[in-house]
Design a protein around this ligand. Structure first.
Ligand SMILES: [Cu+2]
Length: 593
């Protein structure tokens, strides 16, 4: 009966499903400790369990303001019986009931109790065993930029099965009062936690880990005639979001998946205009940026303003990926769309109703004031010793710096009496400085760096994917599917090692690659709290303390004269910006993995 119910719901979903729901919002506050438990929860209506937080997927949304501290008591309620040790499983998937918390995108300390703190911060080397509760305390710098981030477990060798199975949720750092022009600040906001679950791959990883949970997922889906490649928005299959016409709505998207990329567009009867506001929780410097396609790869976030109209009201649009890409050909392809590894998925139906206005307000071209850790680094002086080559090597499952760095397999990390804690750094950079990394491999692997985001300072082309990726943009996770591998695919990034010493983890965000060893860390040395002395020289308007410049917004020297004009959404037959094609995504490029 349960399966039949699920089947009926799925068919109902295809015709436009239930109204979208949102996770519980928990706000940081002085003296408040929020409980968060990883536990066995139902996987949608599929009739089997996965791992999730506080009873469902996704977990609660945590909101905090710059300068606040988010406190969480994290309890591991997973079954110890499923926690099979690494030497006892085949390959690198093991300890599937050991967990911890990673705050993906937050610019905070990566330290924990083993570093002498009274609590854990963003320490992915922490082990929280089944039955244990640990205290996490995330202190947000007072000049942290407001943005959309997410959290998930990050226990090495068990990240894919936990985070990819649904144990994840949204983190939002709120903008300070007066940070955005009112046309942006006053948008209605909709949090879209998008998750992709390829049950063939998850079941395969679960079996390798002897994790019990999810081992039967593919068979159960097939028996019930349910989709085996599942996409949820806020834990729902194809929900409906109702939006008034001629109004800008801010969609805060976060994307979690083990191994699949998406290229989202709005199709259907509705005419919708998309403007990119932020990627990975960092505002673009050319607000508002015209885009037609939102590129999502595992770990990515995108804040997008959308405004829609209908020829006749109401009408519908579909937020859909017609040209995403399966990032792991040859593994767990069941339920997939075919030989070219394209992922087609309908995620969210947009129901457009007639709003009170007949024209949409213009979004002013602007550039928000930058915190000093996010100033443009393209003209920064980088010491020779802090310019390195970083390579993501899929074949060897390694991340290397200047050619050095072994795969973090269990055997390697535990050779000669070693542990995860004794694994050596890829390199060391001083805190409060700028370094440069010439990165290869982001055509096939999402590069993720913890602790502090990075700026793209050079690429072979000025932009990719219809302007979704531009030189000068900021990310903490970056994959450009359009970009082929090899030297032609080199991307140069720069970072400030702002404030925080300790381990800055770097890994591939195809989570099974990470579990299989494609990870390492850069050691940030020196005195905790040191900031980059030349930031204000590069950008005299940057702020190192709390933002307090309400009501002043810069107008960029160069703006698109058509961007955000009053008739944009009302008069356009098509969205601005070029359409991303399959060829642009590199789907046919024969990349090696
Ligand atoms: Cu990878």
């Amino acid at each position: 009966d349960r399966m039949r119910g699920a089947l009926a719901l799925t068919f109902a979903g295809l015709a436009g499903g239930a109204a979208i729901t949102y996770p519980t919002v928990l706000e940081a506050a002085e003296g408040v400790v929020h409980p968060l438990a990883i536990e066995h929860v139902p996987f949608g209506n599929y009739g089997f369990n996965t791992r999730g937080f506080n009873g469902g997927i996704p977990g609660p949304t945590f909101r905090m303001k710059p300068g606040e501290t988010l406190r969480i008591d994290f309890t591991n309620n997973l079954s110890a019986a499923n926690n099979v040790a690494c030497p006892d499983t085949a390959g690198e998937f093991c300890e599937s009931a050991t967990s911890n918390l990673h705050t993906h995108g937050l610019h905070i300390s990566s330290k924990g109790k083993e570093d002498g703190l009274a609590h854990y911060s963003d320490d992915v080397f922490a082990d929280v065993l089944p039955g244990e509760t640990e205290t996490y305390s995330f202190t947000i710098p007072e000049n942290h930029m407001g943005g959309t981030h997410w959290y998930h477990p990050h226990h090495h060798h068990a990240t894919a099965i936990q985070a990819g199975g649904g144990a994840a949720g949204v983190l939002i750092v709120d903008d300070p009062e007066g940070y955005l022009p009112p046309e942006y600040a006053n948008m209605s906001e909709h949090i879209l936690f998008i998750s992709g679950h390829n049950l063939a791959n998850l079941a395969d990883i679960a079996a390798r880990a002897q994790s019990t949970i999810l081992e039967g997922a593919l068979n159960a889906a097939n028996t019930a005639n349910l989709a085996a490649n599942v996409f949820f928005v806020n834990g729902q299959a194809l929900p409906t979001l109702t939006l008034e016409s001629h109004t800008w709505h801010r969609l805060r998207m976060a994307y979690a998946a083990v191994e699949q990329g998406l290229a989202l567009q709005v199709t259907g009867d509705a005419t919708c205009t998309l403007k990119l506001l932020a990627k990975d929780g960092i505002y673009v410097t050319d607000l508002p940026r015209d885009i037609a396609t939102v590129m999502l790869f595992p770990g990515a976030r995108a804040d997008v303003a959308v405004s829609c109209t209908c020829t006749a009201y109401p009408c519908t649009g579909m937020l859909a990926s017609n040209a995403g890409r399966r990032l792991q050909p040859g593994r767990g392809r069941g339920g997939g769309p075919g030989a070219n590894d394209m992922v087609a998925a309908d995620l969210l139906e947009l129901s457009i109703t007639q709003g009170p206005s007949t024209s949409v307000v213009a979004l002013p071209a602007t550039s928000v004031q930058r915190p000093c850790y996010l100033v443009d680094l393209r003209s920064a002086a980088v010491p020779d010793a802090q310019s390195k080559r970083l390579a993501l090597n899929g074949g060897g499952r390694t991340v290397t710096v200047d050619g050095q760095g072994a795969s973090m397999t269990y055997a390697n990390t535990h050779a000669n009496g070693g542990t995860m804690a004794t694994w050596p750094a890829l390199t060391t950079f001083p805190v409060g400085s700028v370094h440069e990394l010439q990165v290869t491999g982001v055509g096939a692997h999402p590069l993720h760096l913890h602790v502090v985001p990075f700026q793209i300072t050079a690429m072979p082309a000025a932009e990719y994917s219809g302007g979704f990726f531009k030189v000068g943009d900021w990310h903490d996770t970056l994959m450009i599917m359009e970009m082929a591998g090899g030297p032609g695919g080199q991307v140069t990034i720069r970072q400030q090692t702002d404030k925080f010493t300790g381990k800055m983890v770097v890994h591939c965000h195809i989570l099974e690659h990470e579990d299989e060893g494609m990870m390492g860390f850069i050691d940030i040395s020196g005195t905790e709290g040191t900031i980059y002395a030349d930031a204000a020289t590069l950008d005299s308007t940057c702020y190192a303390a709390a933002f307090n410049n309400t009501g002043t917004w810069a107008t960029p020297a160069t703006v698109d004269a058509n961007a955000g004009d009053a008739g944009d959404a009302a008069n356009s037959a098509v969205s601005h910006g070029p359409t991303v094609t399959a060829a642009m995504l590199g789907a046919m490029a024969g990349l090696s993995y």
